[in-house]
Design a protein around this ligand. Structure first.
Ligand SMILES: [Zn+2]
Length: 69
């Protein structure tokens, strides 16, 4: 029986270009950000387009995968 590879990201079926874009966006998403309000590093994406700080609950509307500050 063939070993099943775990699904990580997008499989190979989409080709290299979207995979590279996915990786870039993914890294952007995981990037450590600083809260513009209190300066805490616990600032991240809450939901698509919503970024929030876990420390001071500061919320900001941003882009789906990145926040423009
Ligand atoms: Zn904050």
């Amino acid at each position: 029986m063939a070993k099943k590879k775990s699904l990580k990201g997008l499989g190979a079926r989409y080709g290299i270009k979207p995979r590279k874009q996915y990786t870039k966006i993914h890294l952007q998403l995981k990037e450590k950000r600083t809260c513009p309000d209190c300066g805490s590093k616990q600032f991240g994406r809450d939901a698509v387009g919503i970024w929030s700080c876990k420390k001071c609950n500061f919320k900001i509307a941003g882009l789906a995968y990145d926040v423009k500050l």
